[in-house]
Design a protein around this ligand. Sequence first.
Ligand code: ADP
Ligand code: MG
Length: 457
Amino acid sequence: EGKWGKAMGILKEFEEKCATPVAKLKQVADAMTVEMHAGLASEGKSPIWVFYLQHSDEEGVYYALDLGGTNFRVLRVQLGGKGVGLVNQEFTEASIPPNLMTGTSDALFEYIAAELAKFVAQEGPEYKLPPGRQRELGFTFSFPVMQTSITSGTLLRWTKGFSIDDVVGQDVVAQLSKAMQKLGLDMCVSALVNDTVGTLAGGRYNNKDVVAAVILGTGSNAAYVERAQAIPKWHGPSKSGDMVINMEWGNFRSSHLPLTDYDHAMDAEGLNPGDQIYEKMISGMYLGEIIRRVLLRMAVETAIFGDTVPPKLKEPFVLRTPDTSAMHHDASSDLKVVDNKLKEVLEISNTSLRVRKIIVELCNIVATRGARLAAAGILGVLKKMGRDTLKDGDQQKTVIAMDGGLYEHYTEFSKCLENTLEELLGEDVFKSIVIEHANDGSGIGAALLAASHSKYL
Ligand code: ADP
Ligand code: MG
């Protein structure tokens, strides 16, 4: 009986440390708003990237390459011009071989360029461009970049498990262009964006009420629409019009964030210690890993999995968020899915129902904390935009384009996020907020931006 008491003790302590009462979430939201103001004012602070949000009446065929973390996608979109919009889109998806995530710049970019070349080689004659015209690409590169123009930007640091030293400080468009040239692929990058900016641009193409985009996938980030005159550091040609701000909110941190010893250890032992603290609490790459760490401590201190600690449980990142999400959603009375996942992923068999229930509860605690903190971040953005209250007679809708595998597939997570947002905003304001799932928005948006920044215009 002692081991149960101890295991429950670890669980309860963890639950308390992860608590996200409304008062705390409001502090997190306020801290986010403060950060946003600071980011707009200071030159050297967070790498905010601003550019004109353009409306695209263009027509023709454009390409996009979406490199986000786990997978990458190659897309081709056909635009019908004014009033017609998107006529056709096709894509392929491939995963990034893990060895390329920590290899060399040439290896990564040549692999990506080769996939792109393959995609182009397979297309029909109807996509042949007029002589002298190059194919144009929107490159969605979802890592922190210091944007130097619409077609160039230097990588500040890697995130999400990537670590390729010789790209840091380099122009990622130049790297990709070099690889395309080497392979004889006649294509040029017309727009460099990240997933948030792509999703926002794509969302707005369909719906003018889209004013922000949030990504909850391998990592997390957000972007929103800001008036140019509100950006002191914008020295561009005009102070009017709408701009997009890439927040890089994954790198947000605040003393109000409920961090536990497990979070600190995961951060310290990871590839980018001290960076992306908020992302590490809310995004898909990390939720499963936090749970593994708690389970490992339980295994060591209370022997809930028997006298020897299961060796698999010691492997960092072996327990992935799709696995913990499947366990969390297990609706069977004997928690069959949990049992299977434990066998399949951690090589643990013969668990009692009691142990499986503890595991489901752990998944719930970590997902709930992540989803509620993500909702607090959204509240911070809404506050900055002045959309967290209703103005008299205001019927305006606030639409947030949302994308990413975590949000898309982890129902308990997305439900909790939406419920929390309602809890924070109140029923009436919440009714004016629409969260729109922008499936694949980041790639389509990049192609649209390539079109609106085409060198042939
Ligand atoms: P990226 O951020 O790399 O562009 P995606 O938006 O496609 O990737 O999201 C992939 C991520 O989504 C995975 O790394 C994983 O963390 C998360 N994910 C995918 N499927 C599920 C699932 N069924 N349950 C929970 N999370 C999932
Ligand atoms: Mg993505």
